[in-house]
Design a binder for this molecule. Structure first.
Ligand code: ADP
Length: 260
């Protein structure tokens, strides 16, 4: 609680008393703390690729540039890390826009048959690269009222994770059905590495990664699921996850058919 004393004056400016204001500032303080934690996280995340770019450029300038093979591999690292920086900044901006609700959503009826077929086809190449089977099963004739681009972003993110965290030869299945008159249920399961129980409640937090090295090497920013969760909430839906280490994970998204 914060205590404030506000003097009260009459019309002729004469002092007439004190107003005592007791304010519960817990929520405000928590918001401030979250904001400064976010800034600290962002700085930390940006520092790593910047340090790599700087370090390898320095070594090149220091003479490594004369050895063609070394030069090539260092330049590749510099290129990859710049790419990563780009993605990070893109995700950070997207998240901050979504969180402050500065994203306009354009709702329209989305016919799921063709929408999902198109979305899954877009992920086909990535899956094929790891010989992962992408399976789509759905009831015909379903639709939801959604922002189509955002819905695609949601689906692609979760499917891409399934592919990323599943070893070669595995499978990612997408299953869509109507839950009741007003809701549909989208289930995305993989046969991947799974998520330890203790990490499950935290994977939707920004920058939270079970295995930092693994996420980095697959190009992850740790922001994907956090963006997904916000976008689903803007659609008045929910997302949840169950998982078993070594056996795979299942993400369940429930969306209302109509936005009121
Ligand atoms: P990242 O960019 O690291 O993939 P996300 O926000 O998309 O970030 O996911 C957060 C973390 O959750 C990942 O780093 C990973 O540890 C875990 N994760 C997400 N999806 C899966 C999955 N399908 N299988 C196993 N782990 C997953």
């Amino acid at each position: 609680l914060e205590l404030n004393l506000v003097p009260i004056h009459q019309e002729n400016n004469e002092f007439s008393g004190l107003l005592l204001v007791l304010q519960d500032v817990t929520a405000i303080r928590r918001l401030e703390r979250m904001r400064s934690e976010f800034v600290a996280n962002v700085s930390h995340e940006l520092k790593t690729p910047i340090a790599a770019v700087k370090g390898f450029a320095e070594t090149l300038l220091g003479g490594a540039v004369n050895d063609e093979e070394t030069a090539r591999s260092f330049l590749q690292i510099i290129f990859d890390e710049s790419d990563r920086l780009n993605r990070l900044i893109g995700d950070i901006l997207a998240l901050s826009k979504i969180e402050s609700k500065r994203v306009p959503l354009y709702f329209s009826p989305v016919e799921l048959d063709s929408f999902m077929l198109k979305t899954v086809t877009m992920m086909e190449t990535e899956a094929a690269r790891k010989s992962i089977k992408l399976d789509l099963q759905m009831e015909n004739g379903l639709y939801v009222e959604a922002d189509e681009d955002r819905l695609r972003q949601i689906m692609m993110n979760v499917i891409a994770n399934g592919i990323n965290y599943t070893p070669e030869g595995g499978k990612v299945s997408v299953n869509i059905r109507s839950l009741d008159e007003d809701h549909i249920r989208i289930q995305i399961s993989d046969t991947g590495i799974g998520i330890p129980k203790k990490d499950l409640p935290r994977i939707f937090e920004r920058f939270y990664r079970v295995d930092k090295a693994r996420s980095r090497s697959s190009g992850g920013t740790g922001l994907g699921l956090s963006i997904v969760k916000h976008l689903i909430e803007l659609h008045k839906g929910t997302i949840s996850v169950t998982s078993e280490v070594g056996n795979g994970s299942t993400f369940v998204i429930e969306l209302p058919v109509l936005q009121q």
